[in-house]
Design a protein around this ligand. Structure first.
Ligand SMILES: Cc1cc2nc3c(=O)[nH]c(=O)nc-3n(C[C@H](O)[C@H](O)[C@H](O)COP(=O)(O)OP(=O)(O)OC[C@H]3O[C@@H](n4cnc5c(N)ncnc54)[C@H](O)[C@@H]3O)c2cc1C
Length: 460
């Protein structure tokens, strides 16, 4: 347990550095029983708490509630069971995503969901945010890989949800917990499925003059019936940043890059790759490169996975936005983002999971210039409204957290929000688990009365 103000400061924020709140204290459990004792004490004293993994949330999800306790789970980082025959693993919540795949590798297995933060983020954080990654286009999000959970509910009781098989009788309580952003308790044990490593992988990198052409190539691949494991796009600014940081040797002067990866049984991958290569060659690409070995493939991915942090080289600060549009409207959305950025006088770098329409505009700003941060926030809000208008979502994988809670009422009807709040109150009558996140300001705290605080633009 930590109470020294200097040490507490480390936990007052997460990956969204603009939101800060000093915690009351931070506890570092090593065992599930210690989590239970902490949550029970919080319940008895009506003190709010937040579960925290590595604090890489970009939406302020792991910022402490005012006067709240941080339950830091990084020391609960044991892989409790790895069963190669059943292709299952049981892990503690503080296990780092990439460490699970490393541990499974000797058995020819891996854990599929691969956030770009996978070398640092934890499985507990992945569960709470239903995290995704480049390969979720083919393999699905975290929710498709979690079979069972042991959770400490907000009153300190312990429940098992799901099991270790793909189907369990009764309602899908794992589905309810995954993506609930720490508002329904703390996951202390997670059962996941592991997949056999694909027999073959082929990776292709294509350069285009413009983002639009790269977007059209994605649409052409989807229309062809091919199902790549990943399809990722980076724009000119993102390429420039990644190149300076990682020296991935990306083609010079490209307006956009498209990375497409196929994986699966060798024969199938080889024949699909011939079709893919031909399709990309005809899509207006100025250059097409094929990774000839694992080292070249990893280099291509290193540039993409390092792009977020690399953008820090271009600007003293930036906001990472996370929204979704239907895949067919990607081109339109990118055009609108470009126009909005020009009107705001700000630069936006785009790096995104194009295959599933998940956009990540990075809005560059300099907080030392008067009003620039506010303009960046207004631009971020305008981009989210583009996503809502086009039938998409305000978050693809980074959660709602603190950052986007005021938009929830623009995406969901009032009745839907009331149903969500009722569910939350059933699970957590005192509202102490990650209080103040996800629900629009005032709504959760005020219950039914909070309706008055919803934006008048609430969708019907
Ligand atoms: C450079 C960078 C790249 C990223 N790329 C991606 C990406 O490709 N895809 C993606 O989905 N995300 C991405 N993220 C966002 C983030 O890394 C993930 O969402 C990740 O899952 C968060 O894990 P964490 O351990 O850091 O969780 P934290 O930030 O500590 O917590 C996140 C949320 O989970 C809750 N939580 C944590 N542990 C538990 C638990 N055991 N039980 C209940 N609730 C818990 C917290 O209360 C909080 O609400 C990226 C972030 C960065 C900084």
């Amino acid at each position: 347990m930590v109470s020294d103000p200097a040490a507490l400061r480390v936990y007052e924020t997460d990956g969204l550095a603009s939101e800060r709140q000093m915690p009351l204290t931070v506890v570092f459990p090593r065992e599930a029983d210690e989590v239970v004792a902490t949550v029970r004490a919080c319940f008895e004293d009506e003190v709010a708490f937040v579960a925290r993994g590595s604090g890489t949330s970009l939406s302020g999800g792991s910022v402490p509630p005012p006067g709240g306790v941080v339950i830091a789970l990084n020391r609960m980082n044991r892989i409790l069971r790895l069963d190669p025959d059943e292709q299952r693993a049981v892990v503690e919540p503080g296990v780092v995503n990439a460490h699970l795949s490393q541990a499974a590798a000797p058995y020819g297995l891996y854990y599929a969901p691969d956030p770009s933060s996978q070398v640092i983020c934890t499985l507990g954080g992945n569960v709470a945010f239903n995290s995704g990654g480049a390969h979720c286009l083919k393999y699905g999000m975290t929710s498709n890989h979690v079979l069972g959970l042991r959770v400490v509910l907000p009153d300190g009781t312990v429940e098992r949800l799901g099991g270790s098989s793909l189907e369990v009788p009764g309602p899908d309580l794992v589905g309810l917990f995954v993506g609930s952003e720490g508002l329904m308790g703390v996951a202390v044990e997670i059962t996941v499925r592991l997949l056999p490593k694909p027999e073959a992988v082929r990776t292709l990198l294509a350069a285009y003059g413009s983002l639009q052409q790269a977007g059209e190539a994605v649409a052409a691949v989807v229309e062809s019936g091919l199902l790549p494991a990943a399809m990722e796009i980076m724009d000119r600014l993102a390429i420039e940043a990644a190149e300076a940081a990682v020296h991935a040797n990306y083609p010079k002067g490209a307006g956009a890059l498209l990375i497409v990866e196929l994986d699966g049984p060798r024969d199938e991958v080889e024949s699909d790759f011939v079709r893919l290569h031909e399709l990309i060659r005809r899509s207006g690409a100025t250059e097409v490169r094929v990774a000839s070995d694992d080292a070249e493939r990893l280099k291509i991915w290193k540039g993409r996975k390092g792009a977020f942090s690399a953008v820090g080289r271009l600007s003293p600060a930036y906001l990472v936005q996370d929204g979704v549009v239907p895949r067919t409207r990607l081109g339109e959305a990118l055009c609108e983002i470009e126009q909005l950025a020009a009107a705001a006088g700000l630069r936006v770098a785009n790096v995104f999971h194009a295959g599933d329409g998940n956009l990540h505009p990075l809005i560059l700003y300099d907080g030392r210039r008067h009003g620039e941060r506010e303009r960046a926030e207004e631009l971020a809000a305008a981009i989210l409204r583009v996503c809502i208008r086009q039938g998409g979502s305000i978050t693809g994988e980074h959660g709602v957290g603190l950052e986007k809670r005021q938009f929830l009422g623009e995406m969901f009807a009032e009745d839907d929000l009331r149903a969500m709040a009722r569910l939350r109150r059933e699970m957590d009558p005192l509202g102490i688990a990650n209080r103040g996140k996800m629900f629009p300001p005032g709504f959760e705290e005020a219950g039914e009365a909070g309706r008055a605080l919803l934006p008048s633009a609430a969708a019907g």
